[in-house]
Design a protein around this ligand. Structure first.
Ligand code: UTP
Length: 309
C-alpha cells in the first residue's frame, strides 16, 4: 500500500503516567512509579528515548497527582546546572541537561485515574486527527529492539491500529489483555480478531499478551468517548481497540499485532523492577566490572529457596 492510502504519518507519542502505582506503595505515595530509577535514570526517560529513537520527538505525557517530578525532570534545572558548571563537572552537567533536550515534551493532566483508555482520551486535543504512538511510562523495551519502528511500518502498510504482542506463560495471561490472532503473509504480523482484558486462564483466546506499546488510529478517540468503564471500573484501551478490530479500514479498523520476542521489562511490578535494575547495571561499562563479581559472590552465598546449601 502507498502513503496516499494511509496518508498521515505517526509523529506524536503519548506516554500515560497518571496511574496510582499501587503495586509499588509506599514508594509511589509521593513519587510516580515512572520516576523510580533504573540504576541512575528514571524509567520514563528510557521510554522517551525509545520514542525519539523511533523518530517521534513530540511527546505528550499524561500526568496526574504527584506528577510534578516528571515535569521537573524533563525541564531545565538552572541552579543545579550552575553548581555543576562552577565545579567543571561536565559529565554530570551533560547528564542533567540531556533529559531536557531529548524531545518536545508536553503535558496534560488526567484529573482522576479512570483507566488507561481514559488517559489516552486526555491526549485527543494534542494529537488531533493523526495516528499516534502510546508508550506506557513504566514498560521498558530492550534498547537494541526495533519494536516501535516496526509497529510504525506496520501501520504504514496496513493502516488502522497496531498492538505489540508477547507470548506469556499460561498462568500470566490473567495479568494482561490477550488477543485472538490470525496470520498474515508476514511472519511477525498478525490480524487481531478478539481482545480480552485480563482473562482467566481457561478463557484466554491465546497466550499472546498486549504489552505497553500501541499505534492508535485517531478513530480510537471517538470510540473511547463511548466506551463504558470495563474491568476494574476503568475505561480500558483494550475495549476500544476491540471495537476497532471489528471495523473496516474506512471506519478506523482493523487492528494488527506485531509479535515481539525481545526483551521487555515491566518496572511497575516489584520482581521485574529488581531484574531490570540488575540487568541494566550489568550492561553498564562504568559499573559492571565492580558489580558483576559482587553479584556472583552474592548468588553463591544465597542459594535459591529450596536448594541445598
Ligand atoms: P497500570 O495498570 O500498570 O498502572 O497502568 P497503575 O494503575 O498505576 O498500577 P497499579 O496496578 O496500581 O500498580 C499502565 C499505565 O497506564 C497509566 C499508568 O501510569 C501506567 O503507565 N495509567 C493507568 C494512567 O495514566 N491513568 C490511569 O487511569 C491508569
Amino acid at each position: 500500500m502507498t502513503d496516499t492510502e494511509h496518508p498521515s504519518r505517526v509523529g506524536k507519542a503519548v506516554v500515560p503516567a497518571a496511574g496510582l502505582g499501587t503495586r509499588f506503595l509506599p514508594a509511589t505515595k509521593a513519587t510516580p512509579k515512572e520516576m523510580l530509577p533504573i540504576v541512575d535514570k528514571p524509567a520514563i526517560q528510557y521510554v522517551v528515548e525509545e520514542a525519539v529513537d523511533a523518530g517521534l520527538d513530540d511527546v505528550l505525557m499524561v500526568t496526574g497527582r504527584s506528577k510534578r517530578s516528571i515535569e521537573d525532570h524533563f525541564d531545565r534545572a538552572y541552579e543545579l546546572e550552575e553548581a555543576l558548571r562552577a565545579k567543571s563537572d561536565t559529565q554530570r552537567l551533560y547528564s542533567v541537561r540531556e533529559s531536557s533536550e531529548l524531545a518536545q515534551v508536553h503535558y496534560v493532566r488526567q484529573g482522576e485515574p479512570r483507566g488507561l483508555g481514559h488517559a489516552v482520551l486526555c491526549a485527543s486535543a494534542h494529537v488531533g486527527d493523526e495516528p499516534f504512538a502510546v508508550l506506557l511510562g513504566d514498560d521498558l523495551i530492550g534498547r537494541n529492539e526495533a519494536l516501535l519502528r516496526r509497529m510504525i511500518q506496520v501501520r504504514e502498510t496496513y493502516g488502522g491500529s497496531v498492538v505489540a504482542l508477547m507470548e506469556v506463560e499460561p498462568d500470566h495471561v490473567s495479568l494482561y489483555g490477550c488477543a485472538a490472532i490470525e496470520p498474515t503473509d508476514e511472519d511477525d504480523v498478525v490480524t487481531v480478531t478478539d481482545l480480552v482484558e485480563k482473562p482467566a486462564v481457561d478463557q484466554a483466546p491465546s497466550r499472546w499478551a498486549v504489552i505497553g506499546r500501541y499505534i492508535c488510529d485517531p478513530a480510537v478517540f471517538d470510540v473511547l468517548r463511548e466506551t463504558p468503564p470495563g474491568r476494574g471500573g476503568e475505561i480500558q484501551l483494550t475495549d476500544a481497540l476491540l471495537q476497532l478490530a471489528q471495523r473496516k479500514p474506512a471506519d478506523g479498523g482493523p487492528v494488527h499485532g506485531v509479535l515481539f520476542r525481545g526483551q521487555r521489562y515491566d518496572t511497575g511490578n516489584k520482581i521485574d523492577y529488581l531484574r531490570t535494575v540488575v540487568e541494566f547495571a550489568c550492561e553498564r561499562q562504568d559499573l559492571a566490572a565492580e558489580f558483576l563479581p559482587w553479584l556472583r559472590d552474592f548468588v553463591d552465598r544465597h542459594p535459591a529457596a529450596g536448594d541445598d546449601a
